[in-house]
Unconditional design. Structure first.
Length: 142
């Protein structure tokens, strides 16, 4: 459980830190936030496949954040009381970055190798309630 959290944290926090330091001021962050695509993937994995699924997901999330400049965060997690319930917070610079992500070899490998492991998948597009919230988060990470 700790290794999943550590890897998931590195897939989320490091890109946010890099984003904070990439602009000249916080106005850049707010401008970037308006174009961002934020999504939560709600996934249920068959119990007999959970360990294999988590390994493949970790590989894909790490590659996405390291390789793709438009992937700001892929933050995988699971419910403590029901580990077959996976949630992934995905943040992309924009819709084009998301569409490019879907074409990458590491995403295609993830999708094809886990297809039979997944019982259900629901993609939920999100919008920030308060446009300054992301700026506050970024400032806390400095």
């Amino acid at each position: 459980m700790k290794s999943m959290f550590i890897l998931a944290s590195s897939c989320f926090i490091m890109p946010l830190f890099l984003l904070i330091n990439s602009g000249d001021n916080n106005t850049d962050i707010l401008t970037q936030e308006k174009d961002m695509m934020i999504r939560i993937a709600a996934i249920e994995v068959y119990p007999e496949h959970i360990e294999s699924y988590k390994e493949i997901l970790n590989e894909e999330a790490t590659a996405s954040v390291k390789i793709e400049p438009g992937v700001i965060a892929i933050f995988p997690m699971y419910e403590e009381q029901n580990p077959t319930q996976i949630r992934i917070l995905e943040i992309y610079a924009n819709k084009e970055a998301y569409e490019a992500h879907l074409q990458t070899p590491h995403f295609i490998k993830y999708k094809t190798s886990t297809q039979k492991m997944v019982k259900s998948l629901k993609l939920i597009d999100m919008d920030a309630i308060d446009s300054t919230t992301m700026q506050v988060i970024f400032n806390k990470l400095k």
